[in-house]
Structures are given as C-alpha cells and as structure tokens.
Design a protein around this ligand. Sequence first.
Ligand SMILES: [Zn+2]
Length: 233
Amino acid sequence: MNRNVGFVYAHPDDETFGCSFLIRQIADEGGNPVLLTATPGNAGKTGRLGPMTQEELAAKRRIELQQAADILGISEVVHLELGDGKLKEVDQNVLAAHVADFLRKHQIEIVITFPEDGMSGHADHIAIHHAVNKVVFAGQVPSVQKLYYNCLPSKHDANGIASVLSVGANGNWQMKRDALAAHESQIWSIERVFGDLQQVGPESFGAEYFQLVWERGVHHPHKQEQSIFDDLT
Ligand SMILES: [Zn+2]
C-alpha cells in the first residue's frame, strides 16, 4: 500500500483538527502521507505563551507542526510561507501553481483538502479549496486519481451526501489528543472544539469525514468505499 497521499492545507494545525485518524491510518498501512501548508500561521493568537512577534510565532508553529507531524506519521511537511490571512490576495494562478508543483513533485495519487466553506469559513481555507479544485479538475497532475474534501459530520448528515467515508479513532484517540497538544500556541481554538486536553476522553473525538468529489475525471462518483485506497489503478 505504498501510496502517496497529499494533504493540502492553509495553516499548521488544520491537518490535526480534521485528519489525524486518517493520516495515522495511512501511515500505519504503509502509505506515505505528505503535507503542504501554505502559511506559517503567524498572524493569530499565541494561547498561553504570551506576546510573541510574528517571527517568533512562525518559528514556534513550525516546531509544533513538526511535532504533530511526527505523531501523525507525516513523512514530509512542505511550507509555502505565504501570508497568513492573506491567501485570497495571492493570484489564483500562482497559488494553483504551488499546489500543482507539490502534487507533481511527490507524485500524489490521492488529495485531501478543505470543502467549499473551508470547514470554518476561514478565507485562507477557502482560497486553498479553490486552488486545489483548479489543479485537480483540470487534470494538471496525471498522478492524481482522487480528490476528497475533509467535511464535518453535520454537513454530511444534512446533505445526505453520497460517497462519504468516515474514519474513526479505532482506539487511537490519545494519538489525536497528543497531536493537538503539540500545537501549543493554538490551545484556545483546540479547547473550543475538543475541550480541555488534560481532561478529555475518547468521547471527545468523533469520526473524521471525507467526501469523494473527483475520481479520474468523474465528479461526485456515487459509491460506497471502505478505504480511500479503493479502486486505485
Ligand atoms: Zn486553518
């Protein structure tokens, strides 16, 4: 199962929030999860770390992301170092070219990214969503066979969307907790979603959901999958 799976996100921590179980599962099955993060995430809060310059926060978040990546089993993290909070100001073709370079260089076969609403509505997330769509839908990178959106369970239930795969903790919830804890500067947003990491138990971690939106030129194929690796050539 030596498959290359590319996670395309905007900020350090996006991967841990939405995809920890999936990434760890891919790594455990012998696959190769690779992450592209577009910005250093240095325009935001610092949690309980107190005041920091943007340079200090960028350095801190890079270390945090590497710690989380080690826990999740990500083999390589690629940093674009674009402006945090400013991705929608980046020329769409430029952003798409960065994504295409990443997918081509790592011979990515399966791509995971944000859904239409960016999951949280964050403008950087939505800019990444569009850049990935542009590259994948145009078939710009021949190695890419499938695109999934990392979606929220509420959306999946409300829309009755077909072709949604859920990946549960499978006894691995402490792994996700530890990866979240690695993103120390982001502890406030982590606590808002998951609760106090010192206190949480397995019930704080629901499944992660992935909607298959494109497979070798077909948009929204209707099928039931057991794994993102189903039906690869
Ligand atoms: Zn983000």
